[in-house]
Design a protein around this ligand. Structure first.
Ligand code: ADP
Length: 171
């Protein structure tokens, strides 16, 4: 049984992530999307919110599960019996960063195989942080997010008054 893990921050999940999940679930028997909680990034959505968002977006994908994790990804992989670690590559910056992480993970556990997916050209310019930046400035980025996440992002930016400032300026 080929079990893979797809770790990330997913703050929030974008159509770029979903494209990878769909391609990964076609390749592996089981795919665990892992919301990593030990990132230095300060997330806009709580771990619970991100898990719920990913569960909703992957409902019906029967071999996909959503978990949370902290610490070393290789330890989590041992715990759930995963041999494959999925990551996406959008550009050479991703490549250089990911190559180092993959090499380190191989050093930590020689059985871990990192599998890279080239981003679909439709989504290779997308990152959660770029989408948040554009949304904060009032840009419509709904085409790049599942509907419910787009609505949640809009609400969250308004709640935190991260969007209104710009809206006021434009009035
Ligand atoms: P992290 O903090 O782990 O980089 P992200 O949520 O930003 O978390 O990304 C998780 C994974 O998804 C990474 O491997 C990243 O390269 C990949 N990814 C992010 N956006 C895209 C995209 N638009 N197309 C393909 N892969 C992507």
């Amino acid at each position: 049984m080929k079990i893979a893990i797809f770790p990330g921050t997913f703050d929030p999940l974008t159509l770029g992530h979903i494209d990878l999940i769909k391609r990964g679930r076609a390749l592996f028997d089981q795919l665990a999307v892992a919301v990593m909680t030990n990132t230095s990034k300060k997330p806009l959505f709580s771990v619970e919110e991100r898990v719920a968002q990913i569960k909703e977006a992957t409902a019906g994908m029967d071999n996909v599960s959503v978990i949370t994790a902290q610490g070393l990804t290789v330890k989590l992989m041992n715990k759930i019996g995963a041999d494959y670690l999925m990551r996406g590559l959008r550009n050479t910056t991703d490549f250089q960063y990911e190559r180092d992480i993959a090499t380190m993970n191989k050093f930590l556990d020689k059985d871990v195989e990192t599998v890279f997916f080239l981003a679909d050209p439709k989504y290779q310019h997308l990152s959660s942080s770029l989408l948040k930046e554009v949304a904060m400035s009032g840009g419509d980025i709904s085409a790049y997010l599942p509907g419910q996440i787009s609505t949640a992002l809009d609400q969250r930016l308004k709640e935190r008054k991260l969007k209104r400032v710009v809206d006021d300026q434009n009035e």
